[in-house]
Design a protein around this ligand. Structure first.
Ligand SMILES: [Mn+2]
Length: 413
């Protein structure tokens, strides 16, 4: 499995459904008596989840331990921390899971050590995903020959988009070519892409993205309706993959067409559409589309919600991005985000920035460095501690990009 994002979602109900989905996935794994579990990154939504989320995760991981089912993980873009201070480390020290990313640098090459699963003797290796896809630097140093020459059955864990598999709205995403991964492995367990997919790319067989265990935002709820994981069987040299969806609460999408309707009549429209569905214990998404004769604030969402709740809906989300009113041509243009604006500015000025030997493409470099510098002070965090974290994350990032020596030289001259 991958992209569990435990602790994600601001709404309590959705966060809890996410946790229940994880608990169910573990229950199924125990019932099926699997040999081991793989999590290809983004186990947690942050590297520093709340106590409540950690308690729930620890409880389930301990159940796995009692059932002698090991858990092999890598960090993802969400639970990675450049300082290495992640909750996954804590759970590893407690013997509840094992990170398979250990390696050593020999002559500027990254030699992965891997882990041998005791019961199956399968060798498991992985490279964590990092924020803004900085793992590219790790891949470019990776000693692939050493991995390819290892005897036996091998699995590789990664948390990156694959260039050859990008399509549709993913085209802007940072990615790595499949050739960055070592060839000839039994199975390539992927994370980061929240949509599930199974692929075969030449010598790379069984490249599998299970997708998010539970959707992580409104668009994913709309597009995927749910999530799941793969139960994989390996017998007589044959791999059998069975996608296992998990549904704690069904997602019901209600399309509400508004063209020419006055806001006071929208409630009736929602009633008509929703009465055709059984909403019991479901997540209802109201997707509004069209032009209304009036203002958005004239719509009585409160009344609409209570109608749907009375019909048994567990939670109601609404998507009003495609509502047009007379007041504005468009309520919100979702592609016109702060991030996109920032990126445009960086792209426009990138030729003026010259950084010698920077390991990362300049736009990603600036964006990633801005993220580190714009980190906010946590509630209750001491100012000193906060400064230290930002400073050390910056140092780690700059040295990873071979930029620190250069700085030192400039200082001394
Ligand atoms: Mn993710």
């Amino acid at each position: 499995m991958a992209d569990i994002h435990l602790g994600g979602w601001r709404e309590d109900t959705l966060r809890e459904i996410g946790i229940k989905t994880f608990e169910k996935a573990i229950d199924i794994s125990i019932q099926e008596n699997v040999d081991f579990i793989i999590v290809s990154g983004d186990f947690f939504d942050s590297s520093n989840p709340t106590i409540e989320v950690m308690v729930k995760a620890a409880k389930k991981l301990y159940e796995l331990k009692l059932n002698e089912i090991p858990v092999y993980v890598i960090e993802g873009s969400h639970d990675f921390s450049p300082t290495g201070r992640t909750i996954l480390k804590v759970f590893q020290e407690a013997g509840l899971l094992k990170r398979v990313t250990a390696g050593e640098e020999i002559d500027d090459r990254l030699l992965l050590k891997g882990t041998v699963d005791e019961k199956t003797k399968i060798k498991i290796y992985g490279i964590s995903g990092t924020r803004r896809s900085l793992e590219k630097a790790d891949y470019s140093r990776l000693d692939r020959d050493a991995l390819e020459n290892q005897e036996g059955d091998k699995i590789f864990l990664f948390h990156s988009a694959i260039e050859e598999l990008k399509s549709g709205n993913l085209y802007q995403m940072e990615s790595i070519p499949i050739s960055f991964l070592p060839k000839g492995f039994l199975y390539y367990a992927g994370g980061h892409i929240h949509e599930k997919g199974e692929y075969e790319l030449g010598e790379y067989k069984n490249v599998v993205f299970p997708g998010a265990l539970f959707p992580n935002n409104l668009d994913e709820l709309l597009n995927f309706k749910g999530g799941g994981f793969y139960l994989v069987e390996y017998k007589n040299e044959i791999i059998n993959k069975k996608y296992t969806p998990i549904i704690i609460a069904p997602v019901i999408l209600l399309d509400i067409h508004l063209d020419g309707i006055h806001p006071i009549n929208i409630e009736e429209k929602v009633r008509d559409v929703s009465d055709k569905n059984n909403l019991k214990d479901s997540i209802v998404i109201l997707k509004f589309k069209g032009k209304i004769e009036g203002k958005l604030s004239d719509i009585n969402f409160k009344k609409i919600n209570s109608y749907l709740e009375n019909k048994g809906a567990l939670l109601i989300k609404r998507d009003t991005r495609d509502i047009k009113t007379n007041e504005f041509r468009e309520i919100k243009n979702s592609s016109f985000t702060k991030e996109k604006l920032e990126e445009d500015v960086i792209v426009r000025h990138k030729d003026q920035i010259k950084i010698k030997e920077c390991q990362t493409e300049i736009v990603s470099f600036v964006k990633a460095f801005m993220t580190i510098l714009s980190k906010e002070k946590k509630e209750g965090e001491k100012k000193d501690d906060y400064t230290k974290v930002v400073l050390s994350e910056s140092i780690v990032y700059l040295s990873k990009n071979n930029l620190l020596e250069e700085l030192d030289e400039t200082n001394s001259t």
